[in-house]
Design a protein around this ligand. Structure first.
Ligand code: B3K
Ligand code: ZN
Length: 844
């Protein structure tokens, strides 16, 4: 497979003035008729004509009414066309029923639906399937189904047909069609200019009871985007459809968002607090795309982070406003470190704006999304709140209706604020996570912080240049008072020092507050200092970070056999837990330990080959010590976390449940599962039920609860996904592969469903000690199943190969086992382009 290069971009020869599509639905022989008005692009001179098309059976084609026979070529067709505007018509046949890749038009439980981003529209009809070709769409759907939906506003319907018109020019990747037996929760929203918008959330009969939360989240998102960004919705209707078979979370199709059921259906009995929070964020994310993605789209797929980084940043802001800002930020950083740092420090590291790719579906990554969002956050920190929103206003007025670039985005900031962002642009073009070394000295009332930055090499980029890093810093005096409030230091050199004058005594620095840049801070500091910051830092992120770093020091010392500062950690933790002024959600996060993957990377950075078993054991030892140390505190604190009110999925109740469950995990180590069983038996919500089940599995007393859980939820696919995932996630390291293998034989292991496949194999990859167990069984099992999945669903198969992405960290035996698993995948006949690219990049 040949790579595509950003440098080769050329504008399209032909633009589309208008598209009309007619679908005559049939499971194995859907007919798609298109009428497309093409006009020459004045920006180009070539009039060569090429349309993308894959897996289409061409029935007929015509230009200006006269039948033609186009030349079918790899990936599409070519035709002789006039030199001026003309009308193209074609009719093709496609087979949604046999489309297991879930890309283009496919069927899920008897319902038709589409996924076109990035390049799925070419599986529906012949078209210039590139985001810089934007057009208004008219759609007619004929089919023997009660609900027939497409983008835009409804313009007519009757028995077995419906018509839609989307007046906003859009690229083909935002096209959507849904047809099926569906019912809607209906509501409405009045926009800031007084326009009434119909809201419909479509689900299959039986799921109506799980739509209330999603609808509220949608209305809150619409309001928030008006209040914070001044963005109003622009059609008469906004619809969401829930689909069971879907490759990702959701899709922002214009006016007709399509959602994985897991990202929209919610009820207290079937969804955890974490599910509610994720659903709220995804609904917001897709809605926010209406401006950042749809009204202003991407010129080409190298610009993907233009819409994704910005939209993630916006949904993170939204969640912070809906819930606790501090807790949301901490969770976002945990996720960034867990997924993006892992990616950025391995063979799959790539730029936020890549220079080339083989398969664009492989680039919907944590780097494009989450690191992209961090870059926006840094720009906001650098220019300040007010200037940020001014720049955004300019972005929306200057580029509305366009297919824009990341360069356009940065230039808007320069033009609006007058700042030179030349060096900042490196963040988009340089892969890898910068390491930031910090040293200090204090003399005659002057405190100096010395910083040194270095970004390790990444594939294809050996030499790195210094980044422009905003470092938010505050200083705490010896008595615990803040002596210098947060100040943003701008580091632009490889080595740079900053001084603070007029201090009476040597302060303790609080560095990288709010996690002001996506870097790894390296600073030797004493356990006493970390405990001091945990107690006194006024920045909630760094307060949490201090505890986390202390825990990390303990774990690393346990693994490497050095003296662990255990008592500093346990005492600081006890003080923090008893502090009622702290949000329970925050305390729950402070009780959590750094991820095993994070520890492995830290050890590797320090020149130690990580042993996943030892890392796992260190975690167990520390949790046991914590349980024993906090023993007396647990009953009282647990009682305080009881919620004596009807279930609400809000931040306040969720925080209490989160801390309650963290405490239960500790109690569980002391009472052999008694409290967990009691909670399971009386649970009236999924957060408690699942938390209790996890504890029971941890002490190997989960058999009855598992059987009970299954009988309660057998017919609910989303809950059964949890049933599968929990068993793998809580399996002991030496059993994880066998437990997984057994589950794959379960009649309910419907492996062609992405949610079910991910529930099992995603959980195995995340069970670090189980996945990397010396037997190598988990590696082999994962490879077997990826080989089986690839011809059915190449996107999911390719995505899940990332389970292996950290292989270079490990010892020779594990490296051999992983690389032979990867080579076995690569040697598979007919392996998809997606998986080939991933495996090749990993093997390097
Ligand atoms: N834009 C879609 C992702 C499409 C993925 C295509 N492989 C969802 C989102 O980011 O909102
Ligand atoms: Zn998105």
């Amino acid at each position: 497979p040949q790579p595509i290069y950003l440098a080769d971009y050329t504008p399209p020869n032909w633009l589309v003035e208008e598209v009309s599509l007619t679908f005559v639905l049939d499971p194995r022989a859907t007919r798609v008729r298109s009428t497309i008005r093409f006009t020459p692009n004045p920006a180009t001179t070539s009039r060569d004509f090429f349309l993308h098309g894959e897996q289409l059976k061409l029935i007929r084609a015509a230009i200006d009414g006269a039948g033609i026979t186009p030349e079918l070529v790899d990936g599409g067709l070519k035709a002789e066309v006039p030199g001026t505007a003309f009308t193209w018509e074609s009719e093709v046949e496609i087979s949604p029923q046999t489309n297991t890749a879930l890309e283009g038009l496919y069927m899920s439980n008897g319902m038709y639906c589409t996924q076109c981003e990035a390049e799925g529209f070419r599986r529906i009809t012949f078209y210039p399937d590139r985001p810089d070709v934007m057009a208004p769409f008219k759609v007619r759907i004929e089919g023997d189904l009660p609900v027939l939906l497409s983008n835009g506003n409804p313009t007519g319907s009757g028995d077995g047909w419906a018509e839609w018109h989307d007046p906003w020019p859009k690229p083909a990747y935002l096209f959507a069609l849904v047809a099926g037996e569906l019912i809607a929760r209906e509501d409405s929203f009045t926009t800031m200019s007084g326009k009434e918008v119909d809201l419909k959330l479509w689900v299959r009969p039986g799921d109506e009871g799980k739509t209330a939360f999603g609808m509220e989240a949608l209305k809150a998102s619409m309001k928030w985007d008006e209040q914070v960004y001044g963005r109003e919705y622009d059609l008469d209707i906004f619809q969401i459809v829930a689909v069971s078979d879907f490759n990702m979370g959701a899709m922002e199709n214009k006016g007709l968002n399509i959602f994985n059921t897991s990202a929209v259906l919610a009820s207290s009995k079937t969804s955890t607090d974490a599910n509610f929070e994720r659903i709220e964020a995804i609904i917001a994310h897709e809605y926010f795309h209406n401006w950042t993605g749809n009204r202003i789209t991407c010129r080409d797929w190298f610009q993907l982070s233009l819409k994704e980084g910005l939209t993630v940043f916006r949904d993170q802001q939204f969640s912070g406003d809906m819930r606790s800002k501090a807790v949301c930020r901490i969770n976002d950083v945990i996720a960034l470190r867990g997924r993006q740092f892992r990616e950025d420090n391995g063979p799959l590291a790539h730029q936020v704006q890549p220079d080339s790719f083989v398969e664009i579906n492989n680039f919907y990554t944590a780097t494009i999304y989450e690191k992209g969002a961090e870059l926006i956050g840094m720009m906001k920190t650098l220019v300040g709140e007010e200037e940020y929103y001014k720049a955004l206003d300019l972005y929306f007025t200057r580029h509305d209706g366009e297919a824009a670039t990341i360069e356009d985005w940065v230039r808007v900031f320069e033009d609006s604020t007058g700042r030179d962002l030349t060096q900042f642009r490196r963040w988009y073009k340089q892969a890898g996570t910068p390491r930031l070394k910090v040293m200090e000295d204090f003399k005659d009332g002057t405190y100096t912080l010395h910083f040194e930055q270095e970004t390790p090499p990444t594939p294809g980029q050996d030499k790195k240049q210094p980044q422009h890093i905003p470092i938010a810093v505050g200083l705490i005096g010896p008595n615990g008072d803040e002596v210098v409030p947060t100040r943003v230091l701008e580091m632009t050199e490889t080595k740079q020092s900053f001084t603070f004058d007029g201090l009476g005594a040597k302060p303790t620095p609080s560095i990288l507050r709010h996690f002001s840049a996506p870097v790894i801070v390296q600073r030797d500091s004493s356990p006493a200092e970390r405990a001091f910051l945990l107690a006194h830092d006024t920045d909630p992120f760094n307060k949490w970070e201090a505890g986390r770093t202390l825990a990390k020091d303990v774990l690393i010392a346990m693994v490497t056999g050095e003296d662990a500062p255990l008592s500093n950690y346990l005492e600081a933790l006890a003080v923090m837990l008893r502090d009622d002024s702290l949000d329970p959600a925050f305390r729950a996060l402070a009780l959590g330990l750094p991820g095993q993957d994070d520890l492995a990377q830290t050890l590797f950075d320090a020149g130690v080959t990580p042993d996943p078993q030892k890392i796992h054991r260190a975690g167990e030892t520390l949790k046991q010590a914590t349980a024993e140390h906090l023993h007396d505190l647990l009953p009282r604190l647990s009682a305080e976390m009881e919620v004596n009110a009807p279930f609400k999925p809000n931040a306040e109740q969720a925080g209490k449940r989160a801390l309650g469950l963290e405490l239960l995990k500790l109690t569980n180590r002391m009472d052999g599962g008694a409290a967990a069983q009691a909670l399971y038996d009386k649970a009236d919500n999924m957060t408690h039920r699942l938390g209790a089940l996890g504890c029971l599995l941890d002490v190997e007393k989960g058999a009855d609860a598992l059987a009970d859980f299954r009988s309660r939820f057998d017919g609910d696919a989303l809950v059964m996904d949890k049933w599968f995932a929990m068993q793998v996630a809580h399996a002991a390291p030496e059993k994880a592969a066998d437990v997984t293998a057994t589950l794959t034989q379960d009649p309910a292991f419907n492996w062609k469903n992405p949610n079910r496949f991910r529930a099992v194999f995603g959980a195995l990859a995340m069970n670090q000690a189980g996945f990397h167990h010396v037997s190598g069984k988990a590696y082999a099992l994962t490879a077997d199943w990826l080989i089986k999945l690839d011809p059915v669903n190449h996107q999911i198969a390719a995505r899940m190969t990332t389970a292996f992405e950290t292989w270079r960290r490990y010892d020779a035996d594990r490296q051999d086992m992983i690389t032979s698993a990867l080579r076995r995948i690569l040697a598979t006949d007919g392996l998809s382009r997606d998986s080939q690219e991933m495996v090749r990049r990993m093997l390097g």
